[in-house]
Design a protein around this ligand. Structure first.
Ligand code: C2E
Ligand code: MG
Ligand code: MG
Ligand code: MG
Length: 283
């Protein structure tokens, strides 16, 4: 009996795995179609500079308005796009849309675009960036590229050359989700970075645990000491804000406390002349 039960379980798992594989293939097919017909949308989330109380940068975040499933999160489809190579075409569309939108914003606002390490592996990122800048007419110093620790771990000499080339074009480089990967502090000075974005997991427990606060402040100060713009991601509450906002370390925050990612047209009021009241409420 036990044996039969075991077989039954195995069967159950196999069926479940089949179902998952099928769902994934369906998502992949839908995603391919969405990319081919240019249906993916790009939303923007503002970053607030705590000194000037102005929005310095808006991060481009891809959105997939699915015909039957509603808005699908990039956390769900970016991994699929990476595995299937669809990330190359997706990445092209996002960077062109992001640069085009930014070209119409006030001149002191930059756009930040996320790049996958697969793009560095399989695409010519320098050409990708040159094309997007040419197509949009955006000045290179208004484009910031967000890369992750995983990328820096890979073939770091080749990556270093590409990043230096981008840097010499005037494009800025930010290290995203800092502290989530196999973080090595040596990355921070080996690569030509201007900004480090401390992952929102660092905010966990800061309201109750003094050691979490020390860790956040320590990492922030290190970034600042190295001359980087330090961003804390995922700030949601005023309680968090009071802990994050330490003089001299954290320069910018990004989070729901200011705004989630919104369509380009909804950014205009935030970027307009009357934004100071909004910013003061946050900081
Ligand atoms: P990320 O680059 O770290 O982007 C920040 C994510 O945190 C976004 O999720 C944003 O909506 C979310 N977030 C911002 N503030 C808060 C907050 O206060 N609370 C909470 N709970 N979340 C907050 P989103 O848009 O779902 O994107 C998830 C990830 O997908 C991104 O993480 C990025 O790694 C990836 N991604 C998004 N768009 C692209 C893209 O165009 N290309 C590539 N390669 N990856 C992308
Ligand atoms: Mg990012
Ligand atoms: Mg991030
Ligand atoms: Mg993050």
């Amino acid at each position: 009996r036990a044996k039969a039960g075991g077989k039954g379980m195995l069967h159950f798992y196999e069926e479940e795995m089949d179902r998952q594989a099928q769902a994934r293939r369906a998502t992949e097919m839908d995603l391919r179609k969405a990319i081919q017909s240019n249906e993916l949308a790009v939303y923007f989330q503002p970053l607030l500079n705590l000194k000037s109380l102005t929005v310095t940068t808006c991060e481009a975040l891809v959105r997939w308005p699915h015909p039957t499933r509603g808005m699908i999160s990039p956390a769900e489809f970016i991994p699929i796009a990476e595995e299937t190579g669809l990330i190359i075409e997706l990445g092209r569309q996002v960077i062109v849309k992001a640069c085009t939108a930014c070209a119409a914003w006030p001149g002191d606002v930059r756009v930040a675009v996320n790049l996958s390490s697969i793009q560095f592996e399989r695409d010519d990122v320098v050409a990708l960036v040159e094309d997007a800048l040419a197509a949009s007419g955006l000045a290179p110093d208004r484009l910031e590229l967000e890369i992750t620790e995983t990328l820096l771990l890979k073939d770091s000499d080749g990556i270093l050359k590409v990043l230096q080339q981008l840097r010499s074009m005037g494009v800025r480089i930010a290290l995203d989700d800092f502290g989530t990967g196999y973080s090595s502090l040596s990355y921070l000075h080996k690569f030509p970075l201007q900004k480090v974005k401390i992952d929102r997991s660092f905010l966990k427990n800061i309201e109750t645990d003094q050691r979490s606060v020390k860790l956040l402040h320590g990492v922030s100060r290190l970034g600042a000491e190295l001359g980087l713009t330090v961003v804390v991601e995922g700030v949601e509450t005023h309680a968090q804000m009071r802990i994050v906002d330490q003089p001299g370390a954290v320069t910018e925050i990004q989070g729901f406390i200011l705004s989630p990612a919104v369509p380009d047209k909804d950014l205009q009021s935030l970027l307009g002349r009357n934004n100071q009241a909004v910013m003061k409420k946050v900081a």
